[in-house]
Design a binder for this molecule. Sequence first.
Ligand code: ZN
Length: 409
Amino acid sequence: MTEHPSAPAGRSPITPARQASLREHNLGMVLDQIVNVVNPPSRADIAASTGLTRATVSALADRLIAGGLITELAPVSSQRAGRPAVPLVPAPRSLMAIGLEVNVDYLGVRIIDLTGAVLAEQVVTGNFRATRPEPVMATLAAVFADTVAPLTAEGIPLAGCYLALPGLVDRKTGPLRLAPNLGWGPVDVVALLTEATGLTDTPVWMANEATLAARAEAEMLRPLGVHSFFYVSGEIGIGGAIVNDGAVMPGRHGWSGEIGHTLIDPLGPLCGCGALGCLEQYAGKDALMRAAGLDLALPVDALLTTSDRGRTVLALAAGGRALGTALSNTINLIDVDTVVLGGIYAPLAPYLLPEIQQEISARVLFHPWSPVTVQAAQATDYAALTGGAMTVLGEIVRDPSSWTQRILG
Ligand SMILES: [Zn+2]
């Protein structure tokens, strides 16, 4: 490393590149203060909370306004003397952050903006078991094109897409390693989606569906003071995510949380993953419907509306016991005091909870003095779509300079 000729001894020179990256960092910090707070802050509030000077905050806020990421509300007079404060808020309809999902019995698209408002969405039910990825991605691309078209016509730019899949994903750029219930893998799903949608200039990323749903749930629980929990996502498969201090713990490769393939009975039924007796075969949607004597193609609501109440109650009790057993094993291993039931388990929670709680009381070692709370998810209604779109927003907030550069040049 060569010393800068005019640098004082013992001090590294601050190069233009460093100043630029500091400015980028500060731009993200200011946007974060505006997007992730309850009360809209003024420039002075942001200066006070970040330690930046008022002039720096003003310059950065002006850049964010010009880039369409934030906007000013009407000035409010404060108690203190001086000019009225101008609250800053995320700009509505200034960009499209897109969550996409392919699951075993549906696929969908949800578009949100920086305010968190849903601008458009479409969910299509279907049967995607044992399919080939190419035609499914073509269907998803058609739904995507249809959902995006009116917003594109309005001139709203696309910020990025996050695709949720029920399988093992280790990098956000792919590939998908394995999705047992779709019968996919390994496959470069991002490349297929990029080609099918023609999105060559827009980032397309992917993640496990439970990971993205857990991110949406973490956002809902943050204001309630719940920052660490285990999220279990019931669909035909069962996914899970460990959330610690607001962040999903991915594990060594990004494959943590696969509670659906933990063991209930070594002599149990064959699972889509090739092993015997996985939790999915006892508490996945197919398993619950089969035990209740219902057509597997029916929506999960059929469990709540069927006339054969007796058989359904027994089916849900057995599913709840299996789920409670697997959850107890998980809680003993990772030490969380909150479990969130997502996906189909949210509406079924009242029927599953007694058995789950009984298993947890009997099996979790610390439960007598630190009781475990089990609750239905707050982020319902295809939470992975919201989580995916929110993760796109997270990328913008982390690095808004790429966005402002794209808009402003
Ligand atoms: Zn399995």
